[in-house]
Design a protein around this ligand. Structure first.
Ligand SMILES: *Cc1c(COP(=O)(O)O)cnc(C)c1O
Length: 406
């Protein structure tokens, strides 16, 4: 008996969503590693190009393995449609450039992933698209910026690396009144912990490179939204500019998604323990983690997210020297700028991911020289805590200071 996919629960959709079987009846999703497709006849080719017959044409704009990934992602997100791309940045770039034209205006939260910040601040103005940044956590700034007409709002919540939360329903209401669509980069929350479309967003973008692969193997991206916008606005842009994902990478991501809930759940539980441990240490001046009561927007985070996520950000007394000493003392935790991996990874944002935005912009975002971003993986949290403890012990003598009163 055929099953209605809309009745399936999330864990089931992660494993079965979007699966179509070939004539061979394979169990695992088939990898259609092919650039083109053949037609039964010249007439079928003509009808395919005329749009009267459904047939794959060319993997730049359609491939059966990629289509399974898109369908599975749409089902998890609760979106009408999805297009997968080669990278997360291809997803963001396509979502923005397919929608915008010269003379338009974009309002964005300041706390964006570095390359997203570059697109808004540097690339869009080259095409005569005006860009304005606001502090994402400050509704008054959104209100002021969206008092004038705008065509697109771009934001990230929780943000990288300071885990700032943007009030999604409130900003979406302001954006829609100004005439803008709302594009949310939902990488840090993953589709399992936060569903922006249900809170007023129009488009959600992902870097599938992060938790969706989750094992540090391939790059990928996705754009999700209403069918009409995806097919009429995004698809022509993607079809003709070519940010297509390899079917091989799409196939790996399909297999990654099957364990997404298990992995994200385990990493969140580990991150919570790690955050609490870090907060107990004298060398640490501050910890940012959304489910902790001392997160500056804890109450708002809990209305939007079902768990805190896999990233913990903390600040060491002793600035860059202490941060570098701690990172160099890690044994298990690796120094790497990636995140959402099964392996725990630590980054010093001020000198790597956020080096290019400059000191003044870093100060506005609260990224001090003592800040470390820790992407918690799937190791036993006790081993991560042991590694953090020995690294903090090693710098403790140099950097220990009394903890600020809370
Ligand atoms: C990694 C990341 C991106 C870019 O994704 P790529 O797959 O590296 O191109 C965009 N936004 C956020 C929040 C990210 O973490």
């Amino acid at each position: 008996m055929p099953i209605d996919p809309d009745t399936l629960r999330p864990a089931t959709r992660l494993v079965h969503g979007g699966t179509t079987r070939s004539a061979h009846g394979e169990t695992a999703e088939a990898l259609f590693l092919t650039s083109g497709f053949v037609y039964d006849s010249a007439e079928q080719a003509e009808a395919t190009f005329a749009g009267t017959v459904q047939h794959y044409q060319y993997s730049r704009f359609g491939n059966p393995t990629v289509a399974m990934l898109e369908s599975r992602l749409a089902g998890i997100e609760g979106a009408e449609a999805c297009r997968a791309t080669a990278t997360g940045m291809a997803a963001v770039h396509s979502a923005l450039l397919s929608h915008l034209k010269t003379g338009d205006r974009v309002v964005a939260s300041r706390a964006l992933f570095g390359s997203c910040h570059w697109i808004v601040s540097t690339l869009l103005p080259r095409y005569g698209i005006q860009a304005e940044f606001v502090d994402g956590g400050d509704l008054d700034q959104w209100r002021a910026a969206l008092a004038a007409p705008a065509q697109l709002v771009l934001l990230e919540t929780p943000s990288n690396p300071m885990l700032e939360i943007v009030d999604l329903p409130a900003v979406a209401a302001l954006a829609h009144k100004a005439g803008a669509i709302v594009v949310v980069d939902n990488v840090f929350a993953t589709p399992l912990l936060q569903q922006p479309l249900k809170m007023g967003a129009d488009v959600v973008v992902y870097s599938c490179t992060k938790h969706i692969d989750g094992q540090g193997r391939v790059l990928g991206g996705a754009v999700l939204g209403r069918r009409k916008w995806i097919e009429e606005t995004l698809q022509p842009f993607i079809r003709n500019t070519g940010p297509a994902i390899s079917p091989f990478n799409a196939w790996l991501l399909l297999k990654g998604i099957e364990t997404l809930a298990l992995r994200v759940d385990a990493a969140c539980r580990g991150a919570e323990k790690v955050a609490d441990f870090l907060a107990s240490r004298g060398e640490v001046t501050r910890v940012w983690y959304p489910t902790r009561a001392d997160h500056p927007q804890h109450a708002l985070a809990m209305t939007q997210m079902t768990a805190g996520g896999t990233v913990v950000t903390f600040e060491l007394a002793g600035g860059k020297d202490a941060a570098f000493a701690a990172m160099n003392a890690f044994g298990l935790i690796a120094v790497s700028n990636n995140l959402g991996d099964s392996k725990s990874l630590a980054t010093h944002p001020a000198t790597t991911t956020h080096m290019r935005i400059g000191e003044a912009e870093r100060a506005k975002l609260g990224i001090t020289d003592g800040v470390i971003r820790l992407s918690v993986g799937l190791e036993d949290p006790r081993d991560l805590i042991d590694d953090l403890a020995q690294a903090l012990d090693a710098i403790g003598a140099k950097a220990a200071r009394p903890r600020a009163a809370e």
